[in-house]
Ligand binder design. Sequence first.
Ligand SMILES: [Zn+2]
Length: 395
Amino acid sequence: MVRMRHKRAYRYRFYPTLEQAAALARTFGCVRYVYNWALRLRTDAYHGRQERIGYHEASAALKTLKQQPETAWLNAVSSVPLQQALRHLDSAFRNFFARRAKYPTFKKKRGRQAATYATSAFRWDVQMRTLTLAKMDAPLDIHWSRSFSGTPSTVTVSRDPAGRYFVSFLVEEDVEALRVVPAMVGVDVGLKDMAVLSTGEKIANPAHLRRSERKLAHAQRALARKTLGSKNREKARLKVARAYAKIADQRADGLHKLTTRLIRENQVICVESLAVKNLMRNHALAKAISDVGWGELVRQLEYKGDWYRRALVKIDRWYPSTNRCHVCGHILDSLPLNMRQWTCPVCGVWHDRDINAAKNILAVGLTVNACGEAVRPGRAMPNPARPDEAGIPQI
Ligand SMILES: [Zn+2]
């Protein structure tokens, strides 16, 4: 069996003491401040003087900033997460210049807060499995939901808008490639179902997701009725954040189950490489697609395919997978979005819209694969939504 080393992130919930929560709040605040300060510095330099400020220049400027009396409070927290903030910003800029992400934006107090510690700023006790961060006396109270081997190179602590704390360990691990299987599958990412397979199977969105979505809608309506700046509004805002976090978790959970299964059962997986960015401009479609998490599905298939040596073939968008009859190849002029079934006017075969599309995706994917264009498993793309964990799969 082939074994390969991969970077992997393991995420756990933890429960800080009041003291730790206060120390983290300070650190998050300083990290956010430094990130936003450096973003402004780089933006001004670029627009004002057409000058590019890199990580090293920003780092030198940070040193000066910490010596100023009005920003001396930055010295109250560990310097490592502040340096890491500059690195995150640097990779956000690199993603921007490589056209993989939008221009970096300022971090907001309301959003997800995070701080990354490199080895010099945390103590990891392998035997006791305890993690102690710089400037803290006691280890974090981590709830171990799964185990990992290997030594963490960085740890990222975060607090989501729902007020939950997470710690993410980045470790290098050996991953064993899976045994070769003779199966191949085409996957159509539907708007109605989570996915439709060329085998004819439809994978529905989990039912509990619908329930959670109704709860979220309810919480959002309640929030809209509250007066700005009131205590009740803050409570309602937290309720919305919690409902939202739950949906995000359930969705990610469903996607992980699906992608793991697809990777285990198939040697070659064909998907349409929808230009999501373009589709996002169409508003009605945008909601549906972001709901289904198309980008996340492909991202997971990419890195899992990379780990387990499976091939992911992405089909160009111009291929008429939906309105082409997979039996005789006849192409319809148009097929309205609401037509879920159709009958081919040439060969007379009845088609389920999505299953027919999945079969076409498989067929064209195999042609591409045979030509050797995409036999190599795709590389994981950085997730622009979280530049601090760019490209590192979350499991
Ligand atoms: Zn036909």
